[in-house]
Write a protein of this length. Structure first.
Length: 330
């Protein structure tokens, strides 16, 4: 069997990728970490075709030249987009060049003849659409929160009244906004709807948000699917007011994390949903209610896991290695 060759698309400071790289190296794989943000300033891509078709696909970086056709797996981890070359001072020209670079790389990764983890970029983007996730989750038998996505204040007010004000909002896409006036960045997670929000509901006309009924929690669960393996962890977010609404606000040192025994039918739904989305990996956010109902919130096609592994001992990273190395024999 040839030596497995794995290309990881992410920054060189990504702790998740560095951890997995060490595990892969211990198992005899050759690993390259490359951030597309280095292209075209610090890296080169060379594609050549003869009259009969493809001749070579090469990636040239500061550390050497990689023959992309020798790869057995590509891991789409956390890549940044290609950088604008500093010699391009005209904004319109710089924007055009950046888009051309992005188009080339997107097409390149999509058509490499190797295993993709968690999937091709186009599949990852489609799988991350939250409105479609809710439809699929319900189809597979998950309970989901009653949800409204709209830009009309009247619809929001009616939903808010119907649930006696016990509703939350969250963004449809990225939970942060960058390059604000003054160069700032803001993050927005799951938020309770306040009286101020109700008063300013007319602002919905500018941008849709997800509005959901508040689901009471006994536990929050992070269910990580890797290939055919399911790893479920309890996050005891209700021990502190700060994390009671959204565990991402918690203090990791004081919030208990434990392995959770997921019912077989719930684990099967997670596996089926990951497969239906075309993914080899998915990080599910699920609520366990006080009456023991499992309620689906969303699935992140490329969500973080390392803190869960370190706090619970769940071997998620080794499972990721298993999937990446399976590409060498598929």
């Amino acid at each position: 069997m040839p030596t497995p060759g794995v290309l990881i698309l992410t920054s060189e400071e990504d702790p998740h990728a560095l951890h997995v790289r060490a595990l892969l190296a211990d198992r005899g794989a050759q690993i390259t970490i490359f951030d597309p943000g280095d292209y075209p300033v610090k890296a080169r891509v060379e594609l050549a075709y003869t009259a009969r078709g493809l001749a070579r696909r090469l990636l040239r970086t500061r550390t050497g030249t990689l023959d992309l056709d020798t790869l057995t797996a590509l891991w789409w981890r956390r890549p940044t987009p290609p950088a604008t070359h500093p010699d391009l001072t005209d904004p319109a020209v710089a924007d055009y060049a950046a888009r051309e670079c992005q188009d080339l790389l997107t097409d390149l990764w999509e058509h490499l003849p190797c295993r993709k983890m968690p999937a091709d970029d186009s599949v990852i983007r489609r799988a991350g659409r939250k409105s479609s996730q809710l439809l699929l989750a319900a189809e597979l038998g998950f309970a989901i929160p009653e949800t409204l996505i709209a830009t009309e204040a009247e619809a929001f007010w009616e939903f808010h009244e119907r649930h006696d004000g016990h509703v939350v909002t969250k963004p449809l896409g990225k939970p942060w906004a960058e390059n604000l006036v003054g160069g700032g960045t803001i993050a927005r997670f799951c938020e309770p709807v306040s009286a101020r929000d109700v008063a300013y509901a007319a602002a919905l006309r500018f941008c849709p948000v997800i509005v959901q009924q508040y689901v009471p929690k006994r536990l929050e669960l992070r269910v990580t699917v890797v290939g055919e393996q399911v790893f479920a962890a309890e996050i005891h977010s209700q021990v502190a007011n700060r994390s009671s609404l959204d565990w991402r606000r918690y203090d990791i040192e004081t919030t208990p994390h434990r392995i959770h025994r997921l019912p077989e039918e719930v684990a099967r739904r997670c596996l089926d949903m990951t497969e239906r989305l075309g993914l080899l990996y998915g990080a599910f956010d699920v609520i366990l209610t006080p009456d023991d109902q499992y309620v689906f919130l969303e699935v992140n096609p490329n969500g973080q896991w390392l803190w869960i592994e370190r706090l619970t001992g769940l071997p998620i990273s080794q499972a990721i290695c298993d999937v990446l190395l399976e590409g060498a024999s598929s």
